[in-house]
Design a protein around this ligand. Structure first.
Ligand SMILES: C[S@@+](CC[C@H](N)C(=O)[O-])C[C@H]1O[C@@H](n2cnc3c(N)ncnc32)[C@H](O)[C@@H]1O
Length: 187
């Protein structure tokens, strides 16, 4: 799906521009591990990546991808991203990646939900260090409806502009319901 590739590519480019070797990073929705692998590469052996998912299948897939690529700097954790604040110090994290929705190739009835997604976003913003970033790929419609999209977009629009820069990108000439990317930079 072209629009899916576009959004992920945008997020990867944004994160690449902000993560350095030695950084602490978080993949809040590790799924099949593609974002975790990117963060492991960018943070390097001196850095650390925390990866969260609520599905054992996603944890297994992410661990398998990291092992295949030889990355040993990640901790892959079977719990909700709403708990991420228990795993890192406030003000210590360079990047948090969110890729909302369901596990690619998995059960389309298990997907991210507004309440836990908002709680996780709040935690992510607290954990970011100055200059740290959040990337969000928001998928909506079909099984997961519109409530999460609407809640997330409303929440980021309310962020204090003195503390956070918030960018929203949309594929305005694509049909259907192309994902929305949101990028946040902490001042
Ligand atoms: C679109 S997929 C992520 C894709 C992944 N970034 C990749 O590269 O394959 C969304 C993932 O979020 C996970 N998820 C759903 N609710 C969650 C929660 N509360 N905490 C953490 N992960 C959650 C799903 O299990 C699913 O694997």
């Amino acid at each position: 799906m072209a629009s899916d590739l576009g959004t992920l590519e945008l997020a990867h480019k944004f994160v690449k521009a902000h993560v350095r070797a030695g950084d602490v990073c978080i993949d809040a929705t590790c799924g099949r591990g593609r974002d975790t692998a990117l963060l492991c590469e960018l943070a390097g052996p001196s850095g650390k990546v925390l990866a969260f998912d609520i599905q054992p299948a996603a944890i297994d897939a992410t661990k398998a991808l990291l092992a295949a690529r030889g990355y040993e700097n990640a901790e892959v954790i079977l719990t909700s991203h709403a708990q991420m604040g228990e795993y890192a110090e406030a003000g210590s994290v360079a990047a948090v990646m969110f890729n909302f929705g369901w596990l690619p190739g998995g059960d389309h009835n298990i997907f991210t939900l507004p309440e836990s997604s908002l709680a996780a976003l709040e935690q992510a913003l607290r954990l970011l260090k100055p200059g740290g970033v959040v990337s969000m790929c928001i998928y909506y419609g079909r099984n997961n409806g519109y409530a999460e999209r609407d809640a997330l977009l409303a929440a980021v629009a309310r962020l204090d502009p003195e503390r956070f820069t918030v960018l929203r990108t949309e594929f305005v000439n694509r049909t259907g319901e192309p994902p929305i990317a949101v990028f946040i930079i902490k001042e």
